[in-house]
Design a binder for this molecule. Structure first.
Ligand SMILES: [Mg+2]
Length: 470
């Protein structure tokens, strides 16, 4: 839609309000709302100002004026506001220079797309993310100097088979690691997922399939059809927004935490990706699994930079509780055409258009704009430097004898390790000024000062179990 068409669309739908959304550095949607009469055709060129000083990871208070420029192509009717409301995603520019704000993740994603074109390698990067999540009935957590606890619960939780429930416990709770995917009544959430899927379709996001996931207690996944990098990052934000708000409507609560439940599968966000030039899929060729040499070099780049990349694609302390052996999480940095235990899988493609590779490490706590941009930059670095990915790994990696397993590089075991890798290895992100050094430094600073260091000060329940009776 053009700006004029957006205004026409608003009029036709009886819109009273306009809601502007943007993502902060860590990946949380922020928003602000105005009466629709404030939105003019000029707003799409000039934008409007706001105070960016209280947004996490952004401006200092003395330089806090920022400008939001709405992207007309993102116009939809917001499905969650009572009064008819137009929703627009905005880009952030400096209020004085009107230059793209270097810490706006969406601007970084735009720059990654532009850089791809500049390299002349291709003109579009397509992404197909698969965010997984849990739908719980209750979550409680809290901390004080003398306590720290969390508790999640779900009527579906296997731990509730012995519970006395109102009206009698009827059983049929998915067993641990067996939620994929018995029919109802074991799966009790098909209507909720259907509501999520149809809400996404209502705002123009095509859903391919949806189902219960492996873990007990309401783990789920909806998959969206793939699209260009920035578009798919926008859609990932909408996906999370729809999942959380539809769950709330049903009296439930959804989380994209990577590992909310000990001892069962965590939630990943496998990312399918391919590069295109015009109508040509650059990943189609006559090498391994029908891939091109370009695709193999892209894999080489992903594997080489994976330890640093994970500081962005798996950005939390909790992310690394998922990346452990035994829960289908890809801890081994290898590639394979069928094997889901490899970090990179080459799915069987039904047509050349569908040829792609799937990076299985990321989890849905990541900021999709930064994650997709960083993966693209790693892959492009692989192509530019002809980085060979080594031999494919077509055995089940989890069943390999230790001496063979030893030679396969491993994903970082903690956020500290990933950040240490990012400190050493980030030149590939800075090419074409896609990521600035300042953004990388701010990211590392935030993760160390606001997440890692505070976590080190706090005793945990597990420590009491281990040491109280010492
Ligand atoms: Mg899945």
């Amino acid at each position: 839609m053009s700006p004029a068409e957006v205004l026409e669309f608003a009029k036709k739908n009886g819109v009273k309000l306009v809601d502007f959304k943007f993502v902060d550095l860590l990946g949380q949607w922020q928003h602000t709302t105005m009466p629709i009469h404030k939105l003019k055709e000029e707003t799409f060129a000039e934008g409007f100002n706001f105070d960016g000083s209280s947004i996490r990871g952004w401006k200092a208070i003395h330089e806090s004026d920022m400008t939001c420029v709405p992207d007309a192509a993102t116009a939809v009717i917001d499905p969650f506001v009572k009064e008819p409301t137009l929703s627009l995603i905005v880009d952030i520019v400096d209020a004085i220079t009107h230059q793209p704000y270097a810490r706006d993740p969406r601007q970084i994603a735009h720059k990654a797309e532009q850089y791809l074109k500049q390299t002349a390698i291709g003109d579009a990067a397509y992404f197909g993310p698969e965010p997984e999540f849990f739908i719980f009935d209750e979550v409680r957590f809290g901390e004080a100097p003398n306590t720290s606890f969390y508790k999640v619960d779900s009527k579906e939780g296997r731990w509730n088979t012995a519970k006395e429930e109102e009206g009698g416990n009827l059983g049929y709770k998915p067993d641990y690691k067996r939620g994929y995917f018995p029919a109802p009544p074991i799966d009790s959430q098909v209507d909720i997922r259907a509501d999520m899927a149809l809400t996404l379709e209502k705002i123009g996001i095509t859903v391919e399939v949806f189902h219960h996931e492996v873990a007990t207690a309401g783990q789920a996944e909806l998959s969206m059809i793939f699209g260009p990098l920035v578009t798919m990052a926008d859609r990932t934000m909408w996906y999370k927004h729809v999942v959380k708000n539809v769950a709330r409507k049903w009296g439930k609560t959804a989380t994209f935490m990577a590992k909310p439940i000990f001892g069962d599968n965590g939630s990943g966000m496998h990312c399918h990706q391919s590069l295109w030039k015009g109508a040509k899929n650059l990943f189609v060729g006559d090498k391994y699994a029908g891939l091109s040499e370009t695709a193999l070099y892209y894999i080489g780049g992903l594997i080489k930079h994976a330890p640093a990349l994970l500081a962005i694609t798996n950005p939390g302390l909790n992310s690394y509780r998922r990346l452990v052996p035994g829960f289908e999480a890809p801890v081994n940095l290898a590639y394979s055409s069928r094997n889901r235990s490899a970090a990179i899988r080459v799915p069987v493609a039904t047509s050349p258009k569908a040829k792609r590779l799937e990076f299985r490490c990321p989890d849905p706590t990541t900021n999709p704009y930064l994650a997709f941009a960083a993966m693209l930059m790693a892959g492009l670095d692989g192509i530019q430097n002809k980085i060979k990915p080594g031999d494919p790994m077509d055995k089940d990696i989890y069943e390999l004898p230790p001496e063979e397993l030893r030679d396969i590089p491993k994903a970082p075991g903690s956020l500290d390790e990933a950040l240490a890798a990012l400190k050493k290895d980030h030149a590939f992100l800075l090419k074409g000024d896609v990521f600035s050094k300042e953004v990388v430094d701010t990211w590392i600073w935030w993760k160390e000062e606001c997440e890692i260091k505070p976590s080190r000060l706090r005793p945990t329940a597990f420590e009491f179990a281990q040491y109280f009776d010492a």
